[in-house]
Design a protein around this ligand. Sequence first.
Ligand SMILES: C[S@@+](CC[C@H](N)C(=O)[O-])C[C@H]1O[C@@H](n2cnc3c(N)ncnc32)[C@H](O)[C@@H]1O
Length: 252
Amino acid sequence: MSTQTCPRAAGDPSSREEVGAAEDAELAKAILARQFHPSVLGPESWEGYRFSDMEIRIKESTDLYGAVLWPSAMVLCHFLETNQDKFCLRDKNVIELGAGTGLVTIVSSLLGAKVTSTDLPEVLGNLQYNVTRNTKGRCKYTPLVTELTWGQEAERLFPRITHRFDYVLAADVVYSHPYLDELMDTFEHLCQEATQILWAMRFRLDPENSFVDRFRQRFHLERLYDLPSLSIKLFRAWRKEKRTKNHGEAPA
Ligand SMILES: C[S@@+](CC[C@H](N)C(=O)[O-])C[C@H]1O[C@@H](n2cnc3c(N)ncnc32)[C@H](O)[C@@H]1O
């Protein structure tokens, strides 16, 4: 066999790691290349992103977690745009948790989803600004920006009988904040039998690992991307039904 087609022996663990690292670096590079900076500084500062053949301008500030765009959001957007054959958002009901500056909401809306974009009340002004600025006149459905504080009033705001989501999207919502139990309950509340969670997660400290372990007790979990160079993993998850007929098969 030629060394070009099979450069290393199969089963050699060091070679597998090298291949994995090369793929990681390639993918991470492609994802980070989505960002660009304004060539001319104007009165308002913004960061640019290219998704779905569109230029997206995001306004950030520095005072809140939700006022900054985190790399996990780019990872999730890249996945959504490049996997539309398997995860088609067109005409789907989508909710985003902890939307922050809104990139995931904007890209999902550009891809044709009906998006409900949620976050804490203090984040909504900037989120609404970015969402309107980047989706107005460009999308089939106008995204709805609204408050959802995890664990509080999820049933009143999104009753399960009337609110059925095809996808729950989340980027970098797990870190050492005191609302991890509430976040878990919110995932559980919003996730019905046919719902799929797409969740990009940056690993920093132990709370993230233990959240994943606890999450696994309630949801089936599949890893879609592993990007060690960014310390980010992307997961798909779906509910573990107690009365399941499908014995854990993923929703179509
Ligand atoms: C690290 S930021 C990620 C923002 C955005 N998803 C991104 O990736 O750029 C975490 C987000 O979770 C939101 N958040 C934190 N605690 C929350 C809570 N208790 N209820 C709702 N949202 C919360 C923050 O306001 C913030 O927008």
